[in-house]
Design a protein. Structure first.
Length: 307
């Protein structure tokens, strides 16, 4: 019988597992669970007879793929997939997919939860500012970026965006002002929200020069990947621009230093929280299960991310 493994160091909510089971067993497949495992060898053992795997932030690399002789597909329940070695998966003839859009609203809402916290001076009792009328720049106009734009309009913000891969007319159709470059976005906007992936081109790309070009009272919000930040540049920015705030869902390596020196201008969540809602958890898990069934039964590769 075809076996679908859910391998999650950080488990799905019980209701999400119930939904995944209904999809998988409804298709006539077997569902196996590996939750809260503590060693990579447990994952390698569990994948030995699996035909499909659903993961979250779990690492799927060459040694895991070597152990998975019957594996056909891995689905990362979420948007990012840098925890999967795509080249190794391709070499093993394994299809890798993500579930784009399922966590997008959850991440976008977190952006504004942190933003309100920041502009109100972390609720320290002093007078803060409002978001209405402020210029918000969205770097990368994908599923999350679009949701950020939607919510920002509700706050009455002036919304700008740049995406190297999204035409300006698509952005402007949503009532968002498209700019010509990342540099233009930072120069124009008092607040910039990052939604770029961690790639060879983007790692370390948010540097001192970019951040220092921002208007007075600048805030950078990072719910994307910590690798996109040039941390030396961030440290310099915090030191030289007392008007600058950095709030993030992915703690930088220099988190402790920033928290100690700038408690009134820096905040990092205890762990990555963007997709940590009941709704996102359920949506992404069930979407992953449906994509596996569609792939195995119909060969649908719509969300494939490796070739």
């Amino acid at each position: 019988m075809t076996k679908v493994l859910v391998a999650t160091d950080k488990p799905f909510a019980a209701i999400a597992v119930k939904g995944i089971r209904e999809v998988v067993e409804g298709a006539g497949y077997e569902l196996a669970l590996l939750e809260k495992y503590t060693d990579k060898s447990q994952l390698q053992d569990a994948v030995k007879d699996a035909n499909a795997v659903i993961i979250r932030s779990d690492i799927i690399d060459a040694p895991v793929l070597d152990a998975a002789k019957d594996l056909k597909i891995v689905v990362r329940a979420g948007a990012g997939y840098d925890n999967v070695d795509l080249a190794a998966a391709t070499a093993h003839n394994v299809c890798v997919m993500n579930t784009p859009g399922q966590n997008s609203n959850a991440v976008a809402e977190l952006v504004f939860g942190m933003l309100v916290y920041a502009v109100r001076n972390f609720y320290n009792g002093t007078s803060g500012t409002e978001l209405m009328g402020k210029k918000l720049g969205i770097l990368a106009y994908g599923n999350v970026g679009r949701n950020v734009a939607r919510i920002a309009k509700g706050f009455g913000m002036d919304v700008y965006a740049y995406d190297a891969f999204c035409p300006a007319e698509v952005i402007e159709k949503d009532g968002v002002k498209a700019v010509a470059s990342t540099a233009d976005l930072f120069k124009t906007c008092q607040i910039v929200s990052l939604h770029i992936p961690a790639t060879a081109e983007t790692k370390g790309s948010i540097n001192f020069e970019l951040m220092n070009s921002m208007p007075k009272g600048a805030i950078v919000v990072n719910t994307a990947r910590k690798e996109v930040i040039d941390e030396a540049g961030l440290a310099k920015m915090m030191e030289e621009r007392p008007d600058f705030k950095y709030i993030t869902d992915i703690k930088p390596a220099i988190d402790a230093d920033l928290a100690a020196k700038y408690p009134d201008r820096y905040f990092g969540t205890p762990k990555k929280m963007g997709a940590q809602t009941a709704e996102a958890n359920i949506n992404a898990g069930i979407a992953a299960a449906k994509q596996i069934v569609d792939f195995l039964q119909n060969g649908n590769e719509k969300f494939r991310v490796n070739r």
